[in-house]
Write a protein that binds this ligand. Structure first.
Ligand SMILES: Cc1cc2nc3c(=O)[nH]c(=O)nc-3n(C[C@H](O)[C@H](O)[C@H](O)COP(=O)(O)OP(=O)(O)OC[C@H]3O[C@@H](n4cnc5c(N)ncnc54)[C@H](O)[C@@H]3O)c2cc1C
Length: 431
């Protein structure tokens, strides 16, 4: 029997170090680095690599990876606890080398790349000497990949790519893109797509614009609208087999989704901590806000929602470690993905409300957290799509009945029980 909610002493010490390091070193860096993924920014390059070095020395670099790829191989539960510490910051994940989308892209390259691709892209990616992008969503819609039209056609020993992709985050900073394209249009719906590595300096790649999102600093955004015009990549830049695009995508999406959720636990906790501080500091009508019962309800609801979400995330992480098979935890990951935007939205919205005018201002992060909750409900699949996945998984464990009434219809249960216990019941039935 093992059913444990405790962190072992050694790892608890590491987490305490991480928590201090995040608060003392990373939070200040976040105030001055505009985008931690922008390796061309001299301020970023002066401040982030020294912190990354300290993380490496501590043995906490790339905790999502096993020792074969330079990580400690802690597994998902320990990673979850670490990511909770990092989630309150923008730069934390990149300082610890476990940032999206490179974390997922490195998993794809590790699984499916040739030795040459690994040497050229994976190794510098793992050292954060380069960054990458994931180019899947198309401007006509991302929720249904079977409708994608960007094509890759084999011409001799090269693939020729044509089409448009939308919201390829960080393509403007990337050295390569992992791209999903139609290679086999005549095949059945889930066998039409294949995955590629596309070097960012390949002729024919046009970044139409970098789209910004509300809540992030104004100016040019980081979600690239990318056109591919006769982009030629060598045949060995295909990842997995022809038509394996969906399978390869799952290699990154399962992990990517749960890692976002781990960080979101940290972000929600950050909002709750600030709410508690505020209501214990501000008075109205002669008493602290914390003494008002309607305020207490907000604190209590936020705590319950956070802890429920956290347990779901940790249990899913534990299942990933146990089964080592994302297919087996598909429903769990969808459940986490469904819960994530709601808990972030609801707690951040209460933080806005309890901070009053300050809460809606640019001077606190809560309004941008509310918007961030919509990102969480879209990136890596819309909530509605995950509800469909979860419902399907749940229903697999159940079946219908041919009876006119449900199997648990109370008159039937009673009738069965009376038959079974007739000997005991007979005297009283007779009276
Ligand atoms: C911050 C952020 C970062 C992103 N980064 C990347 C990235 O790096 N690479 C990348 O390729 N993509 C990225 N995306 C895109 C993301 O994957 C898509 O937004 C997502 O797949 C939804 O596609 P869409 O935006 O085209 O919305 P649509 O597909 O047009 O869907 C719009 C809405 O329709 C509804 N809907 C859709 N399908 C169903 C359904 N089956 N049942 C009921 N309702 C439904 C939902 O409400 C959904 O939100 C990012 C998105 C965000 C917000």
């Amino acid at each position: 029997m093992s059913w444990d909610f405790e962190t072992d002493d050694d790892y608890a010490k590491e987490l305490a170090w991480v928590d201090d390091f995040v608060r003392e070193e990373i939070v200040p860096v976040d105030q001055v680095v505009k985008h931690a993924w922008d390796l061309r920014d001299p301020v970023r390059q002066a401040l982030i690599p020294p912190l990354q070095e300290r993380v490496r020395e501590r043995g906490l670099w790339a905790c999502h990876l096993g020792p074969n790829l330079g990580g400690p191989g802690y597994g998902q539960v320990k990673l979850a606890l670490l990511n909770e510490c990092l989630g309150r910051t923008h730069s934390g994940p990149i300082v610890f080398g476990c940032h999206a989308p490179d974390s997922g892209n490195s998993e794809i390259l590790a699984h499916y790349g040739t030795p040459e691709l690994k040497e050229r892209y994976l190794e510098p990616l793992l050292r954060n000497e380069i960054v990458s992008a994931y180019s899947m969503t198309e401007p006509r819609g991302g929720s249904d990949p079977t409708g994608f039209t960007t094509s890759a056609v084999l011409d001799g020993d090269e693939w020729v790519i044509n089409g448009e992709k939308w919201f390829s985050s960080h393509a403007n900073f990337a050295s390569f893109l992992i791209l999903l394209a139609v290679t086999d249009p005549e095949e059945q719906r889930h066998r039409r797509l294949s995955m590629f590595v596309v070097p960012a300096d390949t002729p024919g790649i046009e970044i139409v614009r970098n789209v910004g999102v509300y809540g992030h600093p104004e100016g040019e955004g980081t979600h690239s609208y990318v056109r591919y015009h006769d982009v030629r990549v060598p045949a060995d830049h295909l990842l997995g087999g022809r038509g394996d695009g969906f399978v390869v995508a799952q290699t990154r999406l399962g992990g990517g989704r749960i890692h976002h959720a781990m960080r979101t636990v940290g972000l929600v906790r950050h909002a709750l901590e600030q709410m508690c501080e505020r209501v214990l500091s501000r008075s109205t009508q002669g008493e602290l806000l914390a003494r008002k019962q309607l305020v207490q309800a907000m604190i209590a609801d936020s705590w319950v929602e956070l802890e429920q979400f956290r347990l779901l995330v940790l249990r899913t992480a534990w299942k990933i470690d146990r089964y080592n098979d994302y297919q087996k935890v598909r429903g769990d990951i969808s459940a986490v993905k469904i819960a994530m935007p709601k808990v972030l939205h609801d707690v951040a919205a209460r933080a806005v409300q309890l901070h009053g005018s300050l809460g809606v201002s640019h001077e606190m992060p809560f309004a941008s957290m509310v918007l961030e909750s919509f990102h969480m409900g879209l990136a890596d699949g819309a909530t509605e799509v995950h509800k469909v996945t979860l419902a399907r998984e749940v229903l697999k464990a159940h079946s219908g009945t041919d009876d006119l009434f449900p199997t648990q219809h109370l008159p039937k249960l009673r009738e069965d029980a009376e038959r079974r216990f007739a000997a005991v019941l007979r005297p009283s039935v007779g009276t």
